[in-house]
Design a protein around this ligand. Structure first.
Ligand code: ATP
Ligand code: MN
Length: 464
């Protein structure tokens, strides 16, 4: 007798099999004819399987008739063709074994619908809901496709460190890593903290990006990608920011900005196309229950060319749009969410790649253009979510890089290894970062980023 996932048991080719199903009861309904219907779910797919338990089962009165939402069971029986709507199969139970009861008075998910906010308080139970289950199946699929895409394109998967002493973009937003006892801080003679007595002999942090280390490997091995957790201690309470999120960062030697944009577009299209194919049932759920523009948005990404325009053109377009923005925009300022949404949702109705940003609002490592006020940065903006990818061609000229670092008050000595990459066999190279959670948000239509990661970390929230 083989164990089947409910996903497999719902396929017509399972009809006639004797099988064991294991999962959690969603509902029980008793029929006058002397039997009960159980809706069983095991997370393998959105849909439940209907189980028919006849009154002549030995534990029918004592157990089966008391099953309620959340109870865990093993059911042995035969998969049969179902006459019911929306299901090819059902199971006729020969045996129902109850593993765990779930008191309907106390079980929080007994009631059918809760707000997403309420569900966040039950991070340990919310995976049992249809919505979080569907999100996690889609998230899993996206992760797999990310590896498929890069592996098929001859990228090497490189693990960059989570703990780092290099501060990629500004220490204000980094979490410190230390073993110093806060009640007994070692100090130097001038009263400042003596980090030489700390675990790594210097101030260290959780990484905000694997890019700089990615460049090290790209300038040796050609095309690489990292895929890991990143941490930002920014105190932002938005629907698009987490303190801990997962980032995919490809880095490619001999890639200029145009190559980088092309790769980013191919990559997003591939993920969208294949999620659409592989997660049909879950995507239909999001379309029906979460956001009725999900399918149309996915289709438009898959079929349309991304609009490309320079930052300078985008600013002119926004200034002349006649739109009333809460934050006025002018050359030199960073785009706010409302500007991103205007471009992607109203004006172009498609993803947009903006490039050549003012040097003053971008980090030191981006390649300076000949103008020389702008740098070879690119952001990919998509409807609803806004910025989903940030990337650039990297500055490969030693002298320019050194002077940019000096402009931004960075100590070249601390980056000696990064500068060495320009000293020894420097090459044009580029890369970008895709936030995994923003991608999951985009594909599912989920409004808040806290609902697309198993355990969201945000200011004040890290219980479990
Ligand atoms: P934003 O302007 O939206 O705060 P950023 O410009 O700081 O983002 P980058 O440093 O360019 O972001 O990071 C690359 C990608 O990582 C972003 O395009 C986004 O998809 C994702 N990302 C950045 N910060 C966060 C965050 N706090 N939570 C979730 N994803 C993030
Ligand atoms: Mn960015």
């Amino acid at each position: 007798m083989s164990k089947l996932s409910i996903r497999a048991a719902r396929q017509p080719d399972a009809i006639g099999q004797q099988a064991t199903l294991q999962g959690w009861v969603r509902t029980r309904r008793d029929s006058k004819g002397g039997f009960s219907f159980l809706e069983l779910n095991d997370g393998s797919c959105l849909a439940n399987i209907q189980v028919i338990a006849d009154a002549d089962l030995p534990n029918y009165e004592s157990e089966i008739k008391h099953l309620s939402a959340g109870c865990s069971v093993t059911i042995i029986g035969e998969i049969k063709e179902s006459g019911g709507k929306g299901q090819a199969t059902e199971m006729q139970a020969a045996e129902v074994i109850v593993h765990g009861w779930s008191d309907p008075e106390a079980y929080p998910l007994q009631k059918k619908r809760h707000s997403m906010e309420k569900l966040r308080e039950w991070a340990h139970l919310r995976p049992r809901t249809n919505t979080i289950g569907a999100v996690m199946r889609v998230r899993n699929q996206i992760c797999r496709l990310i590896h498929d895409f890069f592996q098929e394109n001859e990228f090497l998967y490189i693990q960059t460190p989570i703990i780092t002493a290099s501060d990629c973009e500004g220490a204000g937003e980094m979490f410190r890593v230390t073993t110093i006892d806060p009640g007994n801080v070692p100090t130097k003679q001038d009263g400042s903290i003596d980090f030489e007595q700390d675990f790594f002999d210097r101030p260290s942090y959780l990484t905000v990006s694997g890019q700089l280390e990615g460049e090290i490997y790209a300038t040796a091995l050609g095309k690489v990608y990292t895929f890991g957790p990143t941490f930002r201690a920014e105190n932002s309470h938005t629907s698009r920011h987490l303190a801990e999120f997962w980032m995919i960062e490809p880095e490619m030697a001999f890639y200029e900005l145009e190559d980088n944009m092309r790769l980013a577009e191919q990559f997003l299209k591939r993920i969208v196309n294949e999620v659409r194919e592989n997660c049909q049932e879950d995507i239909e759920f999001f379309q029906k229950r979460i956001d009725d523009s999900v399918e149309a948005t996915l289709d438009s990404v898959a079929s349309q060319e991304f609009q490309r325009l320079s930052y300078t053109d985008a600013i002119a377009l926004l200034e002349n749009s006649g739109e009333k923005f809460e934050y006025p925009i002018s050359w030199g300022a960073d785009l706010q969410a409302e500007h991103e949404r205007f471009l992607t949702e109203k004006h172009f109705k498609s993803p947009v790649i903006l490039y050549d940003y003012p040097a003053t609002i971008k980090p030191f490592y981006m390649r300076v253009n000949d103008d020389p006020k702008t740098v070879r940065a690119m952001d990919v903006l998509v409807p609803r979510v806004g910025e989903i990818i940030g990337g650039s061609q990297r500055e490969d000229r030693l002298d320019v890089l050194e002077s940019r670092m000096a402009d931004q008050g960075l100590d070249a000595k601390e980056y000696w290894w990064y500068l060495d990459l320009r000293r020894f066999g420097t090459v044009p190279h580029s890369g970008f970062g895709l936030g995994l959670e923003r991608m999951v948000q985009f594909v599912t239509g989920m409004a808040n980023i806290r609902d697309v990661i198993p355990f969201p970390r945000t200011p004040g929230n890290a219980e479990f």
